[in-house]
Design a protein around this ligand. Structure first.
Ligand code: SF4
Length: 236
């Protein structure tokens, strides 16, 4: 590792199918980063940020690139936790398709300092936009159902970017109304918006009336295939 290179903290790494968003169903390698800047009430990956257990492993960018090249999957999903805490542009390898699943709060082209826990601060420089604009960014701003707040500055940034889509987690019509307000406020193209249904069980995903409403209101529906197939099983 270079002397000043910030390490990457990985919580887990596995091959599966992408469960959500505009690439649902594709064979993918998941790299799940540890730590998050939010604490959503319904978070299904609390193990990446809750508590003080050191349940992560430190890697250099070269080590992660080696993991990527030694797996067959063409699609690489950088997820978390919050992956934008790290220099994701350093992980780029040509010939692979990268996807980032981010809450969108941090602007990747700005430097960042994040106090992960006592005695551990993550620092990264700005990412190179000529590289990260080749990634498929799945930006998931949190609605009030998560007890988090929308970030004005970051939504202005992402709404102007061609290289992202937006994914919102909804429970009901009121949540869809909230999405309507957000896309209007930030001039987000409805065609780039995917709505996924909150829940961690098969039953929670089987809401045809809500999907009917999503379609009627002109949004895309994002399944959550991993929940439908495996519930909350890890490594899927
Ligand atoms: S942003 Fe994602 S990983 Fe972080 S707390 Fe919210 S749902 Fe969990």
């Amino acid at each position: 590792m270079e002397k000043h290179e910030t390490p990457f903290f990985l919580n887990e790494c596995f091959e599966s199918i992408q469960g959500e968003g505009n690439y649902a169903g594709v064979n993918s390698l998941f790299l799940r980063f540890h730590f998050c800047n939010l604490s959503c009430s319904w978070c299904d990956s609390k193990f990446t940020w809750f508590g003080n257990a050191r349940n992560y492993t430190e890697y250099s960018s070269d080590q992660i690139k080696e993991i990527i090249t030694t797996h067959q999957s063409h699609h690489i999903i950088l997820t978390g936790g919050e992956p934008s805490l790290y220099r994701l542009d350093k992980l780029f390898i040509s010939g692979k398709k990268f996807h980032v699943e981010s809450n969108g709060i941090y602007i990747p082209t700005e430097p960042l300092e994040f106090a992960a826990r006592e005695n551990l601060t993550l620092r990264r420089d700005a990412m190179d936009e000529s590289i990260i604009s080749q990634f498929n960014w799945v930006i998931s701003p949190k609605l009030s159902n998560s007890r988090q707040e929308v970030n004005d500055k970051s939504l202005h940034f992402w709404s102007g970017k061609e290289y992202c889509i937006f994914k919102f987690v909804v429970r009901n019509s009121v949540d869809i109304d909230e999405v309507e307000n957000i896309i209007q406020l930030y001039s987000i193209n409805r065609l780039k918006v995917y709505l996924a249904i909150e829940g961690q069980t098969l039953e929670s995903q089987l809401k045809p009336a809500l999907v009917d409403e999503i379609v009627k209101r002109g949004f895309n529906y994002s399944p959550r295939l991993h929940v439908i197939l495996w519930g909350m099983q890890r490594g899927k």
